[in-house]
Ligand binder design. Structure first.
Ligand SMILES: Cc1cc2nc3c(=O)[nH]c(=O)nc-3n(C[C@H](O)[C@H](O)[C@H](O)COP(=O)(O)OP(=O)(O)OC[C@H]3O[C@@H](n4cnc5c(N)ncnc54)[C@H](O)[C@@H]3O)c2cc1C
Length: 409
């Protein structure tokens, strides 16, 4: 058993949210832990996962993704074990065991195990050349494949799939995107926004097929083709599955923690075991799970307070988080509601020449959603109106023209 200190915080997973928690913990005036020990499944220290899209597109390099220099961990007395995932939690002894055989005692344990690319359960998914787009290892492999091969199919027309497709295209591959929904980014854009996006991506050279699903991936060892539900066969050398994420809950389940789609927590991020906490993409609050970094950062703020102050009243409350597509030259902003229902009115503004589009959704004179395509600089201002539930009636006529017009009104 490794050296043990009286009060040890163990963190399982070293992704973006665990790193934010560490940064919040080290600035707390009182820390009830003598030691912080981190175990990570990946070989690299925490990095900016969001920027993997830029790395794939050739717009960033690996060094620029690093979140902290190695000195920072030493300076803050944090022990990080890279490439040594936790394989078991013993709740009775309050220890974790890792793949390399280390056993570490904890006073409190934080699970920040994130998620992985969801499997589609397709025949042929285990063939060589079929992969997800989740971590640095995947990204390096995608870059290498783009240097050796020419054709790729990306399954999923959400943010991740489109960023993967555009990255591979910019590296010279002929890319087909398969999307089950009626339009691209159907969770973030309305139909018009989706059609404008499809047009912009098609003009760049992507081949896009909506309302279609793959039924099998075909090949002997290497993937060679994707078969669609209408019998079409698309020849390919690479298949990227970017159709959702699955929270990493196995460790928690095996330890008997209450899990549903993810690890269940209360607003203080406590699991069904009061000594164990979970946050980021691996946690579930009521019926909500999280696939963006911002809620994870908010959870890290709360958990740092909870861990350092036994009487803390800090509590995490999910809020509407705006999303942006990270494909250069195609600005998209989406926040809140995207499609009208019976109680919602829409204000729509479209410039056909410049392909700018704005749709604002309003209920009871309150903004409930904003979809912006082409020009997104007012996105944060619309988001503020949504968060604050402001009465927009004094400037409703100017709303589609953005902050400056509304403030002048
Ligand atoms: C290409 C890409 C682009 C993205 N773009 C955006 C974006 O623009 N905006 C946005 O908000 N979000 C984006 N996301 C999502 C965002 O990256 C995640 O929401 C965020 O990283 C979640 O952080 P996390 O710490 O919960 O999990 P992760 O960052 O996934 O980290 C979890 C870590 O835990 C490790 N782990 C798992 N099991 C164990 C174990 N048993 N023991 C030890 N370690 C373990 C994993 O190896 C991993 O390193 C993107 C994701 C990807 C992949």
């Amino acid at each position: 058993m490794s050296a043990q200190a009286e009060q040890t915080l163990v963190i399982c997973g070293h992704g973006m949210v665990a790193q934010r928690l560490l940064e919040k913990l080290v600035v707390q005036p009182q820390r009830p832990f003598e030691r912080i020990v981190v175990f990570n499944g990946e070989a690299s220290p925490a990095y900016n996962r969001i920027q993997l899209s830029a790395l794939l597109a050739g717009d960033a390099n690996e060094d620029s993704l690093q979140l902290q220099q190695p000195d920072w961990y030493r300076h803050n007395n944090i022990t990080v074990n890279q490439g040594d995932p936790v394989t078991a939690i013993n709740r009775e002894d309050r220890t974790v065991t890792t793949a390399s055989g280390q056993t570490q005692r904890y006073t409190s344990l934080v699970l920040a195990t994130g998620s992985r690319s969801a499997s589609l359960g397709l025949e042929g998914e285990s063939l060589e050349g079929v992969m997800g787009f989740r971590d640095l290892k995947d990204t390096r492999q995608l870059i290498q494949t783009s240097q050796r091969h020419r054709r790729a199919v990306v399954i999923g027309g959400g943010f991740l799939g489109l960023e993967a497709a555009e990255g591979l295209r910019s590296r010279g591959m002929a890319v087909t995107v398969l999307h089950r929904g009626s339009h691209l980014l159907n969770r973030q854009l309305d139909e018009t926004g989706g059609a404008l996006l499809e047009q912009a991506l098609t003009e760049r050279g992507l081949s896009i097929r909506t309302q279609t699903s793959p039924v099998a991936l075909i090949g002997r060892n290497l993937v060679r083709a994707v078969q669609l539900d209408d019998e079409t066969l698309i020849s390919t050398d690479l298949v990227v599955i970017a159709a959702g994420i699955t929270p990493n809950t196995e460790l928690a389940r095996e330890a008997g923690l209450d899990c549903e789609r993810a690890i269940r927590v209360n607003p203080q991020l406590q699991t069904s075991d009061p000594q164990i906490f979970a946050l980021g993409e691996c946690c579930q609050l009521e019926n909500q799970t999280f696939g963006l970094v911002e809620p994870g950062y908010q959870q890290a703020d709360v958990l740092a307070q909870v861990l350092c102050h036994s009487d803390s009243q800090a509590a995490f409350a999910p809020s509407t988080i705006p999303t942006r597509l990270k494909i250069s030259g195609i600005p998209i902003f989406s926040c809140g509601q995207t499609d009208a229902d019976a109680e919602t009115e829409s204000v729509i503004w479209q410039d056909y020449d410049t392909n700018r589009y704005c749709r604002l959704l309003i209920r009871d004179q309150r903004l409930t959603g904003a979809v912006l395509f082409g020009e997104t600089s007012d996105g944060p201002w619309y988001n503020e109106r949504i968060q604050q539930a402001d009465d927009i009636s004094p400037y409703r006529a100017h709303l589609a023209f953005g902050k400056h017009y509304c403030e002048a009104a």
